[in-house]
Design a binder for this molecule. Structure first.
Ligand SMILES: C[S@@+](CC[C@H](N)C(=O)[O-])C[C@H]1O[C@@H](n2cnc3c(N)ncnc32)[C@H](O)[C@@H]1O
Length: 330
């Protein structure tokens, strides 16, 4: 049975099981019950967890699978992969019989894995960063600690430092406006360009100082979060990867297979909403491109996003901005 669709924050339904907190030391999974319910796990189904992180969601999926069922779990982050190799070592030790296949690569590659194309019963994307990535101040994702301005999930490609130095002022404004929706984007971009002519901006605290110098006192903390988020999204090309993967997802899913997406800011949620609409034939804009046959590929199961319960947001502040949308392969 599907949960009643509602955008209302649901009142307490579940207490966080404190005995499980050690298990979730790496990352406390968000909307775990809801995502599992919507994935509607078939015991011998094939599932894709595109964002393995600490493995919280994957663990719950595995619990519901018997031999023959599979989870293909992706993460770009070596630390997450190492953590999950340890966490799931018993399962992985089964070799060919393992129900878990861990893939150290971007989830956008899932569509090119021939053995799962058209057979997947459920895809889960739990977007953004894990708590561990934020708490590991050396990764440069957080403005709370001083570290190299890195922010790469994979440790490869352009870092935040590279972008801060190579992007034009207009490009920086675009990144800060579009990915951070920061009202002080212009002032911050201008200050970066002035400063970088004199000294290299290499660390998170260098960027913090620029923001402190560009933004009114009372706005500094909010602006820092928005600018750090914007750079992270740009560094990892997160929105392009999300949109392209959603567009290709019908090729992976078996009929009736579910696409379950947890997003954490409005830009991600807008992409999920719009691609769902487009692939279900509800949007006029791009119908001709993706519905060339005129046949919808997805059916939307959540007309409005599902939000976490009030209690979950109290126990896990990271859940506050979560939105869950679900669609089903027609
Ligand atoms: C919010 S965490 C997932 C947490 C996980 N659901 C759990 O319960 O522990 C997001 C994870 O997705 C990973 N990630 C982000 N973009 C990715 C991509 N394009 N491909 C693979 N992994 C990605 C990040 O490295 C991070 O570990």
């Amino acid at each position: 049975m599907l949960r009643k669709k509602s955008t209302k924050r649901r009142r307490p339904t579940r207490k966080i099981d404190k005995s499980k907190l050690a298990e979730y030391d790496y990352h406390l999974p968000v909307m775990l019950e809801e995502t599992i319910e919507f994935l509607d796990i078939k015991q011998k189904g094939i599932y894709v967890d595109g964002t393995l992180g600490g493995g919280g969601h994957t663990h719950e999926i595995l619990q519901r699978l018997v031999a023959g069922g599979q989870v293909h779990a992706f993460d770009k982050d070596k630390a997450a992969i190492d953590h999950c190799h340890l966490r799931f070592s018993d399962e992985l030790a089964k070799g060919d019989q393992s129900r878990l296949i861990i893939r150290h690569m971007s989830y956008e590659k899932a569509c090119s894995i021939e053995e799962v194309r058209g057979k997947v019963q459920g895809i889960l994307l739990d977007l953004g960063v894990s708590s561990r990535q934020l708490d590991d101040l050396g990764r440069g994702f957080s403005h709370r600690g001083n570290a190299d301005l890195d922010m790469r999930f994979s440790g490869q490609g352009r870092s935040a430092e590279d972008i801060v130095h190579a992007a034009s002022e207009d490009e920086l404004v675009r990144i800060f406006y579009s990915y951070g929706e920061d009202p002080f984007a212009k002032a911050i971009a201008r200050r970066i360009c002035e400063k970088r002519r004199a000294i290299p901006l290499k660390t998170t605290f260098d960027l913090r100082t620029v923001i402190e110098e560009s933004v009114p006192q009372g706005q500094i903390i909010k602006s820092m979060s928005r600018i750090f988020q914007a750079l992270r999204i740009a560094v990892n090309d997160e929105l392009r990867v999300l949109e392209e993967t959603l567009q290709l997802s019908p090729e992976l899913l078996a009929p009736g297979g579910r696409l379950v997406i947890l997003s954490y800011h409005s830009l991600e949620d807008r992409i999920v909403k719009n691609v769902f609409k487009e692939l279900s034939g509800k949007s006029l804009s791009n119908d001709s491109k993706n519905l060339s046959s005129g046949v919808p590929k997805l059916k939307i199961l959540t007309n409005k996003p599902i939000l976490p319960s009030y209690e979950e947001t109290v126990g896990n502040p990271r859940a506050r901005s979560a939105k869950l949308r679900v669609a089903e392969r027609v």
